[in-house]
Design a protein around this ligand. Structure first.
Ligand code: 16G
Ligand code: ZN
Length: 550
């Protein structure tokens, strides 16, 4: 009874404006921030139900619209493992968000609770951790989420404050593992494991010494704020944060941030000729994407870009190298660490990166766009490395692998001088440094910096690992984008049936041509991606395929 009353109450406090429709897409619900309260409140209800269903395990809610403009906002739910909410609950998320009135909402929840066997009304507890980014609508929407959570009897909301998206995911992950889960624990873990990585650098100096100076574009979002907090404690790095989100520095994601730099390939706002030749990184508005760039000339604002594919390649090289040292070191201790290493990419990965990775003999697999697909696939390996070209990605290690690595390190510790031991310790430090819950620009940045120092590579060395094939992305407005259905990890169109044939025909006209189309998950457009051996060809391929889509 109490439960019914609370649901009816909260639903009437957040009526759904007529004509409003929400859809739980790749990134949760997203819209103009001012219109989001009903959807966010219902996401609160949903998150609490999810926690009850999972025997009180902590679930997360992040209020953010990532790289989108400052007026937008959004909400997404993190499952107890720190990953995205199980896709099986997405249809209910949609239905709940669009329930037209309090009665409909109540009936919908009661039916779902029954179908899913959720023990509502018993002596259950639920806990939901909340985080939000720096958007002006964040606090207002946080309140809506809290009210939604509190509408479920026994649910307990914990406001973790203003955070990066990956911090909140990490907290949920840590809390459910039973390890320390506060923000200061997060910083401590990153700072300590970064220091350990540096302590494990090979002693025989020589060759290139990486400049300590790193300029980071914080997208005027939460990532810059957190990096400012953390940087004083980072030994061996001299970080300067631009677009840090401080008063007067600029607007969130406006002409800055990882999405801007990756798509436009120009310097973000606040960078100029004095930065030529300096290693720079760029975060997105909620700090779950990372790209690197460097200006090579002061005559224009173009940059040399290191995108997610190249970050992935750097991580893969480093991890593979440590495994090789451990496993192929015949002259030393006869210990081995069998590991299935998997690389996960999407169709947006530059073809040159895929070729490079396959050329190293690595197993490369593809999934559709969206972190939930990549992450899930990566979990199938002992070590799974995934990245989207846009800079979102991470490395996940299986529990089994980590325990093998721990026991190997113990076995080797009596020979602390040998290279096998060092390689094992480096891998251990990497498992601590990388955020295994979700892609994390701050932790990713520290791992990149440690690996560049380890390899004694400059930004240029890294950038020249392979040359990206020229590519072009176009957006096409269509009446109904859902009429395009894709298959084979979005590389092929299955419907309309004639379209793939047309794409194949166009693509055949270009050297190293590759092209695919897919309906966007976040915008009402169809996206066209084309790649070819020259920019002119890539442009022309994209254009001609776009004509077939229209
Ligand atoms: C979302 C996804 C991102 C993906 C992008 C594609 C998450 C957390 N984010 O931002 O991974 O690259 O959507 O957008 O999954 P699109 O479908 O509009 O191309
Ligand atoms: Zn983001």
């Amino acid at each position: 009874q109490e439960q019914r009353r609370r649901l009816l109450d909260v639903a009437s406090r957040f009526p759904l404006p007529s004509g409003c429709r929400f859809s739980y897409g790749t990134a949760g619900f997203r819209a103009d921030g001012a219109t989001m309260a009903p959807a966010v409140c219902r996401a609160g209800i949903l998150a609490a139900l999810r926690s009850v269903k999972l025997a009180g395990a902590a679930v997360g809610i992040v209020i953010t619209a990532s790289h989108n403009p400052i007026g937008d906002n959004g909400v997404k739910i993190a499952d107890p493992d720190g990953g995205m909410m199980d896709q099986q609950w997405e249809p209910f998320a949609d239905a709940l968000a669009n329930a037209p009135d309090p009665d409909a909402l109540l009936q919908m929840v009661l039916q779902f609770v029954k179908d899913e066997g959720i023990p509502l009304g018993g002596h259950h507890t639920a806990q939901v951790l909340l985080g939000r980014d720096t958007r002006p609508t964040g606090e207002y929407l946080l309140d809506a989420a809290l009210q939604g959570i509190n509408a479920i009897v026994g649910a307990h909301a914990i406001d973790m404050g203003i955070l990066t998206t990956p911090q909140l995911h990490w907290m949920v992950w840590s809390k459910n593992k039973g390890t320390k889960a506060s923000e200061s624990d997060y910083f401590t873990q990153l700072i300590n494991s970064f220091r350990r990585m540096l302590e494990l650098l090979p002693k025989d100096k020589g060759g290139y010494e990486l400049a300590k100076k790193l300029i980071v574009d914080g997208a005027n979002g939460i990532g810059g704020v957190k990096l400012e907090q953390m940087k004083a404690e980072l030994s061996g790095l001299d970080i300067i944060v631009r677009n840090s989100g401080k008063e007067g520095e600029g607007i969130l994601n406006h002409l800055c941030g990882a999405d801007f730099v990756q798509k436009e390939r120009v310097t973000p706002h606040g960078f100029g000729p004095e930065d030529v030749g300096v290693r720079c990184a760029s975060l997105d508005g909620d700090a779950d994407r990372l790209v690197y760039f460097q200006m090579s000339s002061s005559s224009d604002n173009k940059v040399d870009l290191v995108d997610g594919d190249k970050i992935l390649s750097l991580f893969a090289l480093f991890i593979r190298e440590q495994l090789d040292v451990i496993n192929n070191n015949g002259s030393q201790v006869d210990k081995s660490l069998p590991a299935r290493l998997g690389i996960v990419q999407t169709a947006y990965a530059n073809g040159a990166s895929t070729q490079f990775l396959k050329g190293l003999g690595l197993e490369v697999v593809f999934t559709p766009t969206g972190v939930k697909y990549l992450h899930k696939k990566a979990l199938e390996y002992d070590i799974g490395i995934y990245f989207e070209a846009n800079g979102h990605g991470t490395v996940v290690f299986s529990e089994d692998f980590i325990s093998q690595l721990e026991s190997l390190s113990n076995d080797l510790s009596s020979q602390a001088a040998n290279s096998q031991y060092h390689a094992a310790m480096r891998l251990m430090a990497a498992t601590q440094l990388i955020n295994q819950a979700v892609g994390d620009a701050l932790s990713g940045l520290l791992l990149v910096e440690a690996i560049l120092q380890y390899k004694r590579w400059s930004f240029q060395n890294w950038c020249e690992l392979y040359s990206d094939l020229p590519s072009r992305q176009l957006k096409v407005k269509v009446v109904d984008r859902s009429s395009i259905v894709t298959t084979d990890a979005e590389t092929k169109v299955s419907q309309p049936s004639s379209l793939q044939e047309l794409i194949d025909k166009e693509t055949a006209n270009y050297t190293q041509g590759r092209c695919f189309v897919r309906p966007s998950g976040t915008e009402d457009v169809v996206r066209v991606y084309a790649e070819a051996s020259t920019q002119v060809e890539a442009d022309s391929l994209a254009k001609s395929v776009a004509h077939h889509v229209e």
